[in-house]
Design a protein around this ligand. Structure first.
Ligand code: FE2
Length: 389
C-alpha cells in the first residue's frame, strides 16, 4: 500500500513567487491522544495512515502519525509521551487540541528563512537538517499568531517515506469507510484578537512578500447578533491563501471571541480542503460519521435556484442534492464562477478548530462571502447551545 508513494515534496514544481514557495506541505496538530485523532482522520476524513514516528522508531518522548492521500494532502498528528515534552504538553494544556504549524514546501530553506527574517518574521527555529540513511530534509520555522508556526521545508535530497524518523506504521489499523477524495489544502484561516488583524496581515505580507487579496470591513460580515472583520492575504501567485479574522463589537459575542476565549489565544480556526465533487465527498463524510453545520433554511436554496437561472443555469449540480446535504453555494459576480462549501462542526472538545470542504467551480476565487450570513448564523446556533453567544 505504501511502497510506491513518497510523501516528500514535489521538486519539479517551479514557484512563481519571490519566496520560492512551491505550495502547502503538511499541517501538524498537537493533541492529547494522537492515536485517537489519527483514527478519526482515517475513518471520518478518509485519509490513509502512511507514516509513524514513536518509541518503535527511536523517539521515546513523542508519537506522530502521518495521514495522507495519494494527492499529497498531508496531516501530522502529534502527542507528547512524557510531561517533559514541554513544547507539546504546554501547547495542549493551554490551547486544547489544535494546529501547531503549517508548512510550505520551498526551493531553498536557507534563502526563504533569511528573506523572511530580514523582512520582519520572528525566527522560531533557524534552518536545521534531519538526516538518515535516505538523505536529509531541511526545515525552519517562523512565528505566527500566539503559539503557531509557519515552517519552510525542502525534501529534494530525501528519498525516504516522509521525513527522517518516520517509518511505515507499526500498527495495523483497519477501518471501513466511504472514500472522500479530498485533494489538497485550499486555504488556512487564523482567528486573532481585536486590533490584531492588521498587525498579522502586515506581518505576513512583509515577511513572505504576500499581498492583501480581500478586505471585509465593518458591516461586510455580520449577523443580527455579531460581527467580524477579515483580511485575506496570499502569495502573489495565489498558491498560499491565508484569511485572518478578528471580532468586531456587536450586540452579542462574536464567534471569533468564542474561539480566542476557548483556545486561550490566537491561532488556526480552520483548514479548507479541496474536493472535485463536493456532493459525493460530503455525502460520504456524513456516512463516515462527520458532523457538519446545520443546513440553512429552504429559502436559501430558492435564492440559489433563482440566481443560477438568472445566469443561464450556471450551477450544474443538482440544487436539491445541495439542499439535502446542506452544502452552501456562493454565485460570484466578480469571477463569474461559483463556490460550493461546507464547514464541519468543531473537531475537538473545545469549540475551536474545524475543517471546511470546498469546491471552486468555473474560476471562483473568493471565500464564499455570499454564504457568510448562512454560515455564521449556523455557527451562532451552536454557540448559543454552548452558552457562549
Ligand atoms: Fe474558509
Amino acid at each position: 500500500m505504501y511502497m510506491d508513494i513518497c510523501y516528500g515534496g514535489v521538486p519539479s514544481k517551479i514557484p512563481q513567487n519571490s519566496m520560492g514557495i512551491r505550495g502547502y506541505d503538511y499541517v501538524e496538530f498537537y493533541v492529547g491522544s494522537a492515536k485517537q485523532v489519527a483514527f478519526w482522520h482515517m475513518k471520518a476524513l478518509g485519509l490513509d495512515l502512511v507514516g509513524y514516528l514513536g518509541p518503535e522508531t527511536g523517539h521515546r518522548d513523542r508519537v506522530s502519525y502521518l495521514l495522507a492521500t495519494k494527492t499529497n494532502l498531508k496531516i501530522v498528528i502529534t502527542s507528547a509521551l512524557q510531561p517533559g515534552t514541554y513544547e507539546i504538553s504546554s501547547f495542549v494544556q493551554k490551547h486544547g487540541d489544535g494546529v501547531k504549524r503549517w508548512c510550505v514546501e520551498v526551493v531553498n530553506v536557507n534563502e526563504t528563512f533569511s528573506k523572511a527574517v530580514k523582512n520582519g518574521a520572528v525566527p522560531i527555529k533557524k534552518p536545521y537538517r534531519l538526516e538518515d540513511k535516505d538523505g536529509f530534509v531541511e526545515q525552519a520555522a517562523i512565528r505566527l499568531y500566539d503559539d503557531t508556526e509557519i515552517n519552510f521545508i525542502n525534501y529534494d535530497n530525501y528519498k525516504g517515506l516522509f521525513k527522517p524518523g518516520y517509518e511505515k506504521p507499526v500498527m495495523n489499523i483497519q477501518v471501513s469507510r466511504k472514500e472522500t477524495n479530498l485533494k489538497i489544502v485550499d486555504h488556512i484561516v487564523g482567528n486573532v484578537y481585536v486590533n490584531e488583524m492588521d498587525y498579522w496581515a502586515s506581518y505576513i505580507n512583509s515577511a513572505l512578500d504576500f499581498e492583501t487579496f480581500i478586505y471585509f470591513g465593518p458591516g461586510d460580515i455580520s449577523t443580527k447578533y455579531s460581527a467580524l472583520l477579515s483580511k485575506v492575504v496570499r502569495s502573489k501567485d495565489s498558491v498560499i491563501k491565508n484569511p485572518i479574522n478578528e471580532p468586531l463589537e456587536a450586540a452579542r459575542k462574536s464567534q471569533i471571541d468564542e474561539f480566542t476565549e476557548q483556545y486561550n489565544g490566537s491561532g488556526i480556526q480552520h483548514v479548507a480542503l479541496v474536493t472535485n465533487n463536493i456532493i459525493e465527498t460530503v455525502a460520504n463524510m456524513k456516512e463516515n460519521g462527520v458532523e457538519f453545520l446545520d443546513a440553512p433554511p429552504s429559502t436559501y436554496y430558492d435564492d440559489i435556484r433563482k440566481r443560477s437561472e438568472e445566469r443561464g443555469g450556471l450551477v450544474t449540480e443538482d440544487i436539491s442534492e445541495l439542499e439535502r446535504l446542506g452544502i452552501l453555494c456562493d454565485v460570484e459576480l466578480d469571477s463569474g464562477g461559483y463556490l460550493l462549501q461546507l464547514f464541519t462542526k468543531p473537531l475537538f472538545d473545545r469549540p475551536t478548530f474545524f475543517y471546511e470542504i470546498i469546491q471552486r467551480r468555473k474560476g471562483a476565487s473568493g471565500f464564499g462571502q455570499g454564504n457568510f450570513l448562512a454560515l455564521f448564523e449556523a455557527i451562532e446556533r451552536d454557540q448559543e447551545r454552548r452558552g457562549n453567544l
